[in-house]
Design a protein around this ligand. Structure first.
Ligand code: IMP
Ligand code: MG
Length: 417
């Protein structure tokens, strides 16, 4: 029997999942995205060349790996087509190597427009990729799904309902209404592109593991952006935890072997929402510059702060992490002082794990332990070569999360150590 392993982000996204999935995926046969959409930006460096992928799983960068987009994903066909073209131009042969579940939901251009319109006044910092409006229409049960492009009768029925609703919104904002024939023409323009790759991804995973193959699930965003468990409403509109992986790709828990939880050696967040360990000083500025903390999707400067153990503990619990992985430790190289939030003070009490709800996070005071100087990271080939304070930092994290950190990344293209 084969198995499924899952890679998830444990913070607010941008933990370096793309890089980790690329690193791990040489040992897998199939890599699957299960939630979110083109709001994700997964960056991989190969031989100095930068690849940023928003929809196609980063496993595609290995020739002998196949990739799939599961039913839980919202698919912007324009982005998907651009991405496939980009990969072809880069000399990567994608032919016969990528599949899309017919039940994945279509993101229309008007979804993106609405995302921007809702964002204009008191928004939550959305990437404006149409994610929330597309999921909203799905749950309203007039979502158009990718497979509908080969089923005209069904398409007409849902599209009519979807437009009826979306035109009310567009009209409210004084925008031009959508004409059914135009949008249908736009969608069917992708029929030739998408029809050959439609595949039941749930059964594809079943076929793979029943023939002894290995499947890797590539999460997007992070556990603290989960629509149920993040700091609602400052969340994304999908399930970013292990449960979301099972639901979005389509299988039960028996086939899951490992859950890799990826976290950065510090913390970042894009968009609005509480951030207890945020740094609004020169150190934060320095980490942002060294870590190139600019959104891969929106180019926005990410907010930066120290590693937050109470939140990390919560997201590890949410995801059932078996293998924690730490990324970007090298970014902290050269800092004289690095802080680690080990617990929170809330109303006079001290807590070592905390519910990441808006209410609680806004009134917490992180309690820190201090480490430094941080040296000997970038050139280290094994952890023994780290400076003593770096080793103490890692040991402290391991002690606080209650398990060893399975791998640490110390450079864009380096192996995990
Ligand atoms: P949306 O998913 O575009 O609706 O954005 C909702 C929130 O999630 C905003 O705060 C975004 O900045 C954040 N977000 C969405 N996708 C990502 C991601 O891939 N990395 C980091 N933050 C993200
Ligand atoms: Mg990203």
């Amino acid at each position: 029997m084969g198995y499924v392993d899952v890679v998830l982000g444990l913070q607010w996204g941008d933990e370096g999942k793309g890089r980790i999935v690329h690193y791990l995926s040489r040992d897998y046969d199939l890599v699957v995205r299960f939630q979110g959409g083109a709001n994700a930006g997964h960056t991989v460096y190969i031989g100095g060349q930068k690849y940023v992928l928003h929809l196609i799983p980063t496993g595609i960068l290995h020739d002998d790996v196949k990739v799939a987009i599961g039913a839980g994903v919202v698919v912007d066909p324009e982005v998907l087509k651009d991405e496939i073209n980009f990969l072809n131009e880069m000399g990567i042969d994608v032919n016969g190597r990528w599949f899309v579940d017919p039940r994945a939901t279509i993101v229309f251009p008007f979804h993106k427009k609405e995302d921007a319109l809702f964002e204009r006044k008191d928004g939550i910092g959305s990437t404006k990729r149409g994610i929330a409006p597309a999921y909203r229409d799905l749950y309203q049960r007039f979502g158009v799904r990718v497979g509908d492009i080969v089923n005209n009768k069904h398409l007409d029925r849902v599209l009519k309902k979807q437009l009826e609703f979306n035109n009310i919104i567009l009209k409210h904002f004084g925008e031009k209404e959508i004409v059914e024939d135009d949008i249908k023409e736009w969608l069917l323009g992708f029929r030739e592109f998408l029809a050959p790759v439609l595949r039941d991804v749930s059964l594809l995973v079943k076929d793979y593991i029943s023939t002894g193959k290995r499947v890797l699930l590539e999460g997007a965003q992070g556990a603290l952006l989960d629509v149920f468990f993040g700091n609602y409403p400052y969340v994304t509109s999908s399930h970013t935890v292990t449960g979301g992986a099972l639901v979005g790709a389509g299988f039960g828990k028996e086939v899951v072997r490992r859950v890799y939880g990826v976290f950065k050696a510090y913390t970042t967040r894009v968009g609005k929402g509480p951030f207890p360990t945020e740094l609004n000083d020169d150190t934060g500025e320095k980490i942002a510059e060294l870590g190139e903390e600019y959104g891969a999707t929106t180019g926005r400067r990410r907010r930066v702060g120290w590693l937050d153990i109470p939140l990390l503990r919560y997201s590890m619990w949410l995801c059932g992490v078996t293998h924690p992985l730490m990324t970007k430790l090298d970014v902290l190289e050269g800092l004289h002082m690095v802080k680690l939030a080990t617990s929170y003070r809330i109303n006079g009490g001290v807590y070592d794990v905390v519910t990441p709800t808006l209410y609680e996070l806004e009134k917490v005071e992180p309690l820190y332990e201090t480490f430094g100087p941080f040296e000997g990271i970038k050139n280290a080939r094994k952890r023994e070569e780290f400076a003593p304070e770096v080793k103490r930092y890692i040991s402290k994290i391991e002690e606080l999360i209650g398990m060893p950190v399975e791998g640490i990344s110390t450079g864009k293209e380096s192996d995990l150590i």
